[in-house]
Design a binder for this molecule. Structure first.
Ligand code: PMP
Length: 459
């Protein structure tokens, strides 16, 4: 793409941005020396900035969101038609796209039954926390009110969601937090906490230990990412999920799977938990649900959970007393329905498995050459390479150097990610999550850029 805007237009845009936009996730001081990158156009896996520079986007919109790629006219058309006909009515009623998308979604989630709409991953998770608390009040006489979460997992930015942040640095400056949120250990085998053979089972047993310590009658639910995203692309070890399911059953603890990143195809199946044959009570999703073409998140529950909120219980006011104003926007489910059609019609789940394998194979091949790669992990098109200063001691690579690799890829026109200032001393994993439409050439270009960048930064 050439000459998207004249030099004047660009400087006016950048100036307006620098003057008035408060950017997410960044120390603004840096914009005193560097201009913000303003992305103005996208097509497929590629994006262009206001200066006309082309990039391969290997992280689907920076935070693993644009699953079906940029420039999808069919989504734009469906949303346009829907908006002209009926854009919004509060979610207390229903809408055609809301009903049709819920039906379609549930058809891909055997055992699940009800879809509650809101706008962001954080919000979808908050809904579950509120439901768990209400179940505690209405069903358990105030018991089973605690919610467990896992070290290194992340569930959003609101105070409740941050109370379940397994990433200490993200939560550090926003306390105090509400009571009743308790952390369990992470399950990353590369950074073993127990010297045992069946690591997966052992890591899951650590959850049982926390339940017993807290008292089983105080613990109502546990929230887990199927594959931990920003915490370092952690694919749980064999045996982990089976044991987690057993423990939840044994102590009557509701299982909440946060699919905000893994949901809707990212790992090569519709939902990450479906890789492991587990049966959740709650599933939350956001980013890839409509690939960023509209804001939508979903809190999905079983019919058994839903039944606990029906007004035929002893207290007619025991319904879920919650609303999300923009849960009544029709653009979200309309875009989400078309997004699912694209994934099905273009066989993107199969492509994700094939391209995910290619990514991991390429990264593993780079391990020969680059001793700084300590571990390669992946599930579908969701891959990570952990960089270490020393393979034996596993001392993490210097965070500044990891950031330099990301910057060097960027200079080469490939946008990649890294665990971003959220884990003290462990922001050393490169993250890749290109759109599910990636081709073999795209994957090779992405890992090729990483190869060059590693040579430049680490020699
Ligand atoms: N859960 C997970 C696993 C996430 O990665 C994120 C966002 N990165 C969230 C929840 C929060 O989503 P949102 O930013 O839409 O609130």
């Amino acid at each position: 793409m050439e000459g998207y805007a004249s030099a004047n237009d660009i400087s006016a845009v950048v100036e307006a941005d620098k003057k008035h936009v408060w950017h997410h996730l960044i120390q603004h001081k840096m914009f005193e020396t560097v201009d913000p990158r303003v992305i103005v156009e996208g097509k497929g896996l590629r994006v262009w900035d206001a200066k006309g520079k082309e990039y391969i986007d290997a992280v689907s919109g920076a935070v693993w969101t644009v699953n079906v790629g940029y420039g999808r006219e069919s989504i734009a058309n469906v949303v346009r038609d829907q908006l002209v006909k009926m854009n919004y009515f509060a979610g207390v009623g229903g809408s055609i796209p809301g009903a049709l998308f819920a039906e379609k979604l549930i058809s891909k989630m055997p055992g699940m039954s009800r879809v509650y709409y809101s706008n962001s991953g954080s919000e979808a998770n908050e809904k579950v926390y509120k439901m768990v608390r209400q179940i505690s009040h209405n069903v358990h006489g105030g018991k089973k009110w605690k919610i467990l979460y896992r070290e290194r997992d992340y569930h959003g930015t609101t105070i409740g969601a941050l109370a379940t942040s397994g990433q200490a640095e993200r939560a550090a400056q926003y306390g105090p937090y509400p009571d009743g949120f308790v952390m369990v250990p992470h399950c990353l085998e590369y950074r073993k906490q127990w010297d045992v053979e069946n690591y997966g089972e052992r890591a899951a047993d650590a959850i049982e230990e926390v339940i017993l310590r807290e008292g089983p009658d105080t613990v109502g639910a546990i929230v887990l990412e199927p594959v931990t995203a920003g915490g370092g692309v952690i694919v749980p070890p064999k045996g982990y999920w089976e044991r987690v399911q057993e423990i939840c059953k044994k102590y009557n603890v509701l299982l909440h799977i946060d699919e905000v990143v893994c949901g809707v195809g990212r790992t090569g199946v519709w939902f990450g938990y479906q890789n492991y044959g587990i049966k959740p009570d709650f599933v939350t999703m956001a980013k890839g649900v409509a690939s960023g073409y509209a804001a939508i998140s979903c809190t999905v529950t079983t019919e058994a959970v839903f039944d606990l909120f029906k007004a035929n219980s002893a207290d007619p006011m025991s319904y879920f007393r919650d609303i999300s104003t923009f849960g009544g926007c029709t653009s979200g489910p309309a875009a989400a329905l078309e997004n699912m059609r694209i994934i099905e019609d273009e066989n993107l789940l199969d492509n994700t498995l094939r391209m995910g394998k290619r990514t991991v194979d390429n990264l593993n091949a780079l391990m020969e050459k680059h001793k700084v790669i300590g571990d390669v992990r992946g599930a579908g098109l969701f891959c990570g390479a952990e960089l270490v200063a020393d393979r034996k001691t596993k001392e993490p690579a210097d965070e500044k150097k990891v950031a330099a690799v990301v910057a060097e890829c960027n200079a080469q026109g490939v946008i990649i990610g890294m665990t971003n200032r959220s884990l003290p001393g462990l922001n050393n994993t490169l993250c890749l999550s290109p759109a599910l439409i990636a081709t073999p050439d795209d994957i090779d270009a992405i890992t090729g850029a990483i190869d060059k960048a590693l040579t430049k930064v680490f020699g």
